[in-house]
Ligand binder design. Structure first.
Ligand SMILES: [Zn+2]
Ligand SMILES: [Zn+2]
Length: 554
């Protein structure tokens, strides 16, 4: 079980707490300034809540490799052995971004990820000649998205860790961890932290001897007086990360990284949940202080239910077979559905050509009129492209054909269209293009996914639910249906979570923390449910209205 599971449930709990607090704020009608400040403070605390894990190494080596392992991808430079004296902060961002803070007050600059080695390593920035205070990297890692922040710095013997945080990870070589110097170092460096996690990196020595090392180091750690939580893990950081990136689950497990991550995440989330629950309860009580007791108790009961659900998750709840990964990040500026985008593009191309034909070619106009023109939706799409002159040249034939039909109707029977079919029945050419485009796009997606569904996760574009339904109904989709359903479920959860986060940060006046993904989530949610405007075709709503049964005419 990786860190995401812990962090996900913690995040859910936080968002549930925020919802209770928000609804309590809304019922308190007589809000004075003090009350508003109280609410704001409570929400702002929830919105800004995160975990800071400081990763240090004595000689500056291994810190970034460990951070990469915790983020789950080799984003940070770990080939340059020495991390210089500039702390490297890593936070979540929907896109990669590097921000440099200079020692001179108020000076910031942007840099590229590939420049990092030149900024934070001793080789690239010896003795901090570039006069930097810190370098902040924003990355789209999953743990980061759920509130993990990392600080990587060097802390030699008798050096203090500059950055404070919730937990300290010390990366050390295995043999160093057992020396007396090593133990003194742990004691010195972990001052002020509640948890110490020693990552004994054995990349160079190979595996097999991990457990023996760990027992010995943990015996020694027990002899220390602080911090309250002290644990040691044999890890192979680089090898583990390489396995993770290559999709070698077994190799990754054997690297010891998941064990370190799991222990770290459960330490952080347990501690964090307690603090969050206490703070939210206090805030709720103050916010509702002037409300009737029964109402107050009702809110406190909701809070207890969240606490209970967090401690003992419902075993009936179907467990998701898949966890969200960075591969499930929504595409940038592409809307919610790749098929809708394709339909829109092809539809526009077709209509542009077709309206030109209608404006300039008599045969085309007559054919268009015989076929009953466009469906109502495509008529208005045509109107947006065509000029008034174009419409005036194309549509007289259309109206004349319709007029002929009305006169025929007037001469025959009772004149009710119900007895003879609708006034207009369009075999819309734009709808036909749309259906072909959809069919082609669905085939292409399934071609990439088949036969086993391997690689489907990365290859499956974001599609709206109406189009997903069509993919699932496709005969070729049978073997990958289950996987498709799980994948889409993960994505829907992800967008829902992003919307809730956005709302919380908005209400808690922490708009500065809203990520690009969170900002776009609301529009994306609608697009996922309904497809893009005017691109999900109306196959369900019949183009020709069903004919009413004949009424006997009196
Ligand atoms: Zn769609
Ligand atoms: Zn149409």
């Amino acid at each position: 079980m990786r860190q995401e599971v812990n962090l996900r449930t913690y995040q859910q709990m936080k968002l549930d707490l925020a919802e209770v607090l928000l609804s309590a704020c809304r019922v308190t009608g007589d809000r004075d300034e003090d009350l508003i400040a109280l609410e704001r403070e409570g929400l702002s605390r929830l919105a800004g809540d995160h975990f800071t894990v400081v990763v240090v190494s004595r000689d500056g080596s291994g810190g970034t490799a460990c951070a990469n392992a915790l983020i789950g991808r080799g984003w940070l430079p770990s080939d340059s052995p020495q991390l210089g004296s500039v702390p490297l902060r890593v936070r979540h961002g929907t896109r990669e971004r590097v921000r440099v803070e200079y020692l001179e007050d108020g000076h910031f600059g942007d840099a590229r990820l590939s420049d990092l080695a030149a900024l934070v390593t001793e080789d690239g920035n010896p003795a901090n000649v570039k006069r930097l205070r810190a370098v902040e990297v924003r990355l789209p890692g999953e743990g980061l998205r759920r509130g993990l922040c990392l600080v990587v710095e060097r802390a030699g013997p008798r050096e203090r860790v500059v950055s404070g945080g919730d937990a300290l990870v010390v990366v050390t070589r295995r043999e160093e961890a057992l020396s007396d110097n090593g133990l003194n170092y742990f004691e010195e460096v972990s001052e002020g932290f509640a948890g110490l996690f020693v990552a004994m990196n054995g990349d160079a020595t190979g595996h097999g001897d991990g457990t023996a090392w760990r027992d010995e180091v943990e015996t020694r750690l027990r002899a220390m007086e602080r911090p309250p939580v002290r644990m040691a893990f044999p890890v192979a950081l680089r090898r583990g990360l390489a396995c993770l990136e290559a999709g070698d689950a077994r190799g990754f497990r054997e690297s010891g990284i998941p064990q370190l991550e799991g222990a770290l995440a459960s330490f952080l989330t347990q501690r964090g949940a307690e603090a969050l629950l206490i703070a939210t309860r206090e805030c709720l009580q103050s916010v509702l202080a002037r409300r009737p007791e029964a109402e107050r108790n009702e809110y406190l009961r909701r809070l207890e239910a969240i606490e209970e659900a967090h401690r003992n998750p419902d075993p009936q709840e179907p467990l998701s077979a898949l966890e969200s990964t960075a591969e499930d990040m929504p595409p940038r500026n592409a809307g919610a559905c790749a098929i809708c985008v394709e339909v829109k593009e092809q539809g526009f191309r077709f209509l542009s050509r077709y309206q030109f034909e209608l404006a300039s070619n008599r045969d085309a106009r007559e054919e268009h009129a015989r076929a009953g023109g466009f469906c109502p939706r495509h008529t208005w799409q045509y109107e947006r492209i065509a000029s008034q002159r174009g419409v005036s040249s194309a549509y007289p034939v259309m109206l004349a054909t319709a007029a002929r039909r009305l006169r025929e109707l007037a001469r025959q029977g009772d004149g009710s269209p119900a007895s003879s079919g609708p006034l207009l029945s369009a075999r819309c050419p734009a709808c036909a293009v749309q259906q072909e485009t959809e069919e082609r796009a669905i085939e292409a997606i399934l071609m990439r996914a088949l036969p086993s569904g391997e690689g489907l996760r990365g290859a499956l574009p974001w599609v709206c639910l109406p189009h997903m339904e069509r993919i699932l109904l496709h005969p070729k989709a049978v073997s990958v249906r289950r996987l498709l359903l799980e994948l889409v479920a993960v994505r829907l959860d992800r967008v829902a979570e992003a919307m809730r986060c956005c709302l919380l940060k908005d209400e808690g006046a922490r708009r500065d923390l809203v990520s690009e993904e969170e900002r776009e989530a609301a529009v994306r949610a609608l697009g996922l449910v309904a497809g893009h405007e005017g691109t999900v075709c109306s196959r369900e709503e019949p183009a020709v209205p069903a004919r009413a049964p004949l009424e006997p005419s009196l």
